[in-house]
Design a protein around this ligand. Structure first.
Ligand SMILES: C[S@@+](CC[C@H](N)C(=O)[O-])C[C@H]1O[C@@H](n2cnc3c(N)ncnc32)[C@H](O)[C@@H]1O
Length: 261
């Protein structure tokens, strides 16, 4: 199951993810009456934008973090067209297959993309569509380098012995092949860069602590988390003085085979 998230902090810090999600959603052609799943809905900000695009549709918002599910549940309380469920996407089960699986900023947290795509194909109607964006090949390489450096420091090393910070920043070619192997057709997959600059090292550090380094912080004793995120932020900035994360997004659209036409 996915790790826990600080939903309150994510709600306040996730404007980059919300902006990318809105842009990705803006490019999708939708009839407006689809049944959709938001796979990894977080606190539900992008889910809300998806719902606006589906005035006659429904959304099943799924997330593996209980805190995120609680936040999204509060956001959509009294909205009969949204159901929020705590589920692991690798074990995703739905009552009825849906027209659309939508997802933003989530798939790179799941290492086994083949298993993920097999599962998502299974919850789609024949001809149903997958439209997703996540971190892709080369994503936040500055932060990855800096984190490796800080993890090796004596102060932090004991907390990370034998632990792997697994992410899957996949490339476009391998993603296309995996989607086709899962039974998708008309697959398009492409990368684009989203360099994201923060107002200060402190702002970068707060963002890292909640989003990028959340898994690391859960291994550290209280108090050390802030120091760790601050050290990673300092290390990133030491490259060229720029509080910048070199985000790369992997986009994918595909249809489950069997839709005819
Ligand atoms: C960065 S947030 C993205 C939230 C939202 N889609 C957005 O764009 O702001 C990533 C979300 O993926 C969820 N997640 C990661 N792995 C998951 C899994 N195996 N099953 C379900 N949710 C998962 C996390 O709990 C987290 O809420």
């Amino acid at each position: 199951m996915a790790r826990e998230w600080d939903a309150v902090a994510y709600e306040g810090l996730s404007s980059p993810q919300t902006r990318w999600g809105a842009e990705f959603l803006g490019r999708l052609e939708l009839a407006g009456d689809e049944s959709a799943i938001d796979a990894g809905c977080g606190t539900g900000k992008v889910t809300g934008l998806l719902l606006e695009r589906l005035p006659r549709g429904t959304v099943l918002a799924v997330d593996g973090s209980r805190a995120m599910v609680e936040a999204a549940g509060e956001r959509f309380a009294g909205e009969p067209r949204v159901r929020v469920e705590h589920q692991d996407l690798l074990e995703l089960e739905v009552g009825e297959p849906v027209d659309l699986v939508f997802s933003t900023a989530t798939f790179h947290w799941i290492v086994d993309h083949q298993r993920l795509f097999d599962r998502l194909a299974d919850v789609l109607k024949p001809g149903g569509r997958l439209a997703a964006q996540c971190g892709g090949e080369g994503n936040i390489s500055r932060a990855t380098r800096a984190t490796r450096e800080v993890v090796r420091r004596e102060r932090f090393r004991p907390f990370f012995e034998g632990w792997d910070d697994d992410k899957n920043y996949a490339g476009a070619g391998e993603t296309k092949a995996r989607l086709e192997a899962a039974g998708f057709e008309g697959v398009e997959a492409w990368l684009h860069e989203e360099p994201t600059r923060f107002g200060s090292v402190e702002e970068l550090s707060r963002f890292l602590a909640t989003v990028v380094l959340g898994g690391h912080l859960q291994r550290l004793p209280g108090g050390e988390g802030e120091a760790f995120a601050g050290a990673v932020a300092d290390e990133i900035v030491s490259e060229d003085g720029d509080p910048l994360l070199d985000y790369v997004r992997l986009n994918m659209t595909a249809a489950r085979a069997g839709g005819g036409g």
